[in-house]
Design a protein around this ligand. Sequence first.
Ligand code: AOF
Ligand code: ZN
Length: 345
Amino acid sequence: MMARALALAQKGLFTSTPNPRVGCVLAQGESVVGEGWHEKAGGPHAEVVAIDKAGSRAAGATMYVNLEPCSHQGRTPPCVDFIKKNKINRVIAAMLDPNPQAAHGGAQLAAAGIGFEHGLMADEAKELNIGFVSRMTRGRPWVRMKIAATLDGRTALADGRSQWITGAEARKDGHRWRARACAILTGIGTVKADDPRLTVRDVATSRQPLRVVVDSRLEIPEKAKILEGGNTLIFCGVENARKLNAEVVTLPNKNNKVELPRMLEELARRGVNELQVEAGFRLNGSLAREGCVDEFLVYLNPSFLGDEAQGMLALSGISSLEQKIKTRITSLDRIGDDIRILARL
Ligand code: AOF
Ligand code: ZN
């Protein structure tokens, strides 16, 4: 039943942001009497959809839900009240709600005499909402850095051109990861070299992620494709009066570049749960050095570009092998002619 609740939650993968992905199953013994999932912020919570589906069969049922039911009046009323009103017998949550505004629904249910347990498939539940958990507990998004490289780890020609290192299937897979991200981040170097749109294509989704550019000196060309259609945020390190088709936030560090950890905090404040980085080796290196990366999504194409081409991460100052950045591989797959590796810090 909980695996089914998680599968339902997964349906909100591309759309629920900034809210978590939540699915809910109501069961009477072995039979499912209602199901629901959360589609988008402002819409009904999974628990409410499932109870509505179950109708009169909700009374006495056991609820399986991947997140503790909310106790708060947010965009919608507290689920806890609806659960009590509909006389659910017992609630099993995969994990507690890390959102302090909505938490402690379980304790409220228990106080009302409704059995409440949590922890069933907790690892899967946390993984599905890794960005939401990160934003709530750390005040920053979960940062996934996508890198497409050759077997010798080269990501672009010496002049920065990087379009189409990997094959079509890997690119499509990259768009699926884009679609689940709340925002896509790139740097001014990539904007100048490739002029990317950073929109989701080839994947059916009703939502386009926010596009974010790190552009310390605010040099972005007015005609850059990433500015088309709005929905773009630029972080820079200098006060500037340029009028652009984007919101500009000035967050300088002492070198008048963008203060990257504070940028992550600002993105979290704006509701970004998962941030996908698609930048060049310079910004990638700065993010890694400043502790702003949580995992790498690496596509490797079985080709070589040689040592004059650009690498993955600009990391100066590594002088001993002990200083290497160590990761743990969490998945490894063949995608078309390429290899996909997920590696976590
Ligand atoms: C959801 N969907 O199915 C559940 C959520 O502002 P609201 O009313 O949309 O409330 C959002 C919070 O409610 C969310 O951050 C989470 O803590 C809690 N549970 N949210 O969007 C759901 N069950
Ligand atoms: Zn709720």
